[in-house]
Design a protein around this ligand. Structure first.
Ligand code: SF4
Length: 180
């Protein structure tokens, strides 16, 4: 697998990401405090999607899903802000990252059908999530955020030697794909 990861990094860059890095799943620490922060519901989607707590399962269940994998790819989209009030670029960078994730996930699933995608924010596949009344409509494609699985993104980047922050005037979104 490590030999193939360089090729997959190229695919990620072709999808528009600014930066990529190899993710060794053994470095991942699952943190209760990160998961607990979801319940504060700053994002407004806690308890609203199958991809998010509590619908995505307990932290132990999430960790068990992660530990089935050995390798992955970290992917980032960095926006350059004109100033600290440049909300337009902040919003656009988030949208760009979502589009990059979608394009990358489609390509990767053709190569690795059992891969697991974790982006920023909850799953956006359906206009309205089936949660909680009906099962997830696309369980194979559904994607959770790294935080929903208890991952502190800055630590994951640092532990895999990929910067998390690219300096003043930048904003970076990070996601990852775990590969069987
Ligand atoms: S695929 Fe659809 S139903 Fe499943 S988590 Fe995503 S939005 Fe919800």
């Amino acid at each position: 697998m490590p030999d193939q990861l360089e090729k997959i990094k190229e695919i990620a860059l072709d999808c528009g990401f600014s930066h990529t890095g190899i993710l060794n799943v053994d470095t991942i620490k699952v943190r209760t405090e990160v998961r607990d922060a979801c319940a504060v519901n700053k994002c407004g989607i806690y308890n609203k999607k199958w991809s998010c707590p509590p619908g995505c399962g307990t932290l132990d269940e999430c960790e068990a899903r992660i530990r089935k994998f050995k390798w992955g790819i970290l992917v980032q989209t960095t926006g350059i802000l004109e100033d600290s009030l440049d909300y337009e670029t902040m919003e656009q960078t988030g949208k760009d990252h979502g589009q990059h994730m979608q394009a990358f996930a489609e390509k990767i699933r053709k190569l690795y059908p059992s891969s697991m995608v974790m982006g920023s924010g909850g799953c956006r596949i359906c206009e309205t999530c089936a949660f909680p009344d009906e099962p997830c409509r696309f369980p194979q494609e559904m994607n959770s955020s790294m935080e929903a699985y208890g991952l502190l993104v800055s630590d994951v980047c640092q532990d895999n030697k990929l910067p998390y922050y690219y300096g003043n005037g930048t904003l970076t979104y990070t996601g990852c794909v775990l590969l069987e």
